[in-house]
Design a protein around this ligand. Sequence first.
Ligand SMILES: Nc1ncnc2c1ncn2[C@@H]1O[C@H](COP(=O)(O)OP(=O)(O)O)[C@@H](O)[C@H]1O
Ligand SMILES: [Mg+2]
Length: 264
Amino acid sequence: MSELTMERLKNNLESLKMRNTLEILDNYLERAVREQLNIVEVLDYIFSEEADNRRRQAYEKQVQLSGFPIKKTLSDFDFSFQPSLDRRQIEELATMRFVWNAENVIFLGPPGVGKTHLATALGLVAAQHRFSMYYINCHTLIEQLKKSHYENRLPDRLRTLGKYKLLIIDEIGYLPMDIQGANLFFQLIARRYEKNSTIFTSNKTFSQWNDVFADVTIASAILDRVLHHATVINIKGESYRLKERKEFMKQKQQIVNTLYERNA
Ligand SMILES: Nc1ncnc2c1ncn2[C@@H]1O[C@H](COP(=O)(O)OP(=O)(O)O)[C@@H](O)[C@H]1O
Ligand SMILES: [Mg+2]
């Protein structure tokens, strides 16, 4: 290949933004000649590498923009610690069928049982499937919606939040909501209803949602839409945070005992 051809090839790769190919080209061409690869093998390798690289970059960017407080996966989750949880049900959710079907998922349970962990892990799977997704804490969501309302930007904000294929609304009910907040929340739920999936987490039972949303009528309108097509996962176990804390305290005590015995 003449130097001119090589330069033109590289310029074209640059303008086509095939950065991965540009990087591997010199080494790979040498290998292709050495191993006498045919043209189809060469093209297959180059385009597979380029496509993989683009998928990886898109995933990383999506995760970076998603607003996750933790980035834990399903394989980081210890199912044996939470026997009330049906592992197959979580694995079914990880197929992303619920996202294709615009269904919701609700994780209920006391603090520390892994609600945020599981919601986030499903969000990461969604990102691998190239679904647009976003994580937001419920209190922050309401604050943002109120701000948008006062700045006359509410329709834009609702449109943006309405479009994510998967929205994760974490910690419903940790902080009380006023009627205006509940109304704004309802508008978002109504907009996403049967169009896109939402994962909710809450430490409150559904019967307590009446208090969370300040008004019984709004609460039942919200619950009606949220639960129409939904998988509810009630986690009834112990807090993993407490388990970690107990283990930490036990280890600390063992070290103190050893030191004490040594000095005795
Ligand atoms: N079964 C589990 N296996 C591994 N880590 C867990 C498990 N449950 C919870 N955790 C971890 O414990 C911490 C608290 O879990 P989190 O999901 O924030 O609880 P919740 O949202 O229910 O309050 C996180 O660091 C999470 O990764
Ligand atoms: Mg949480």
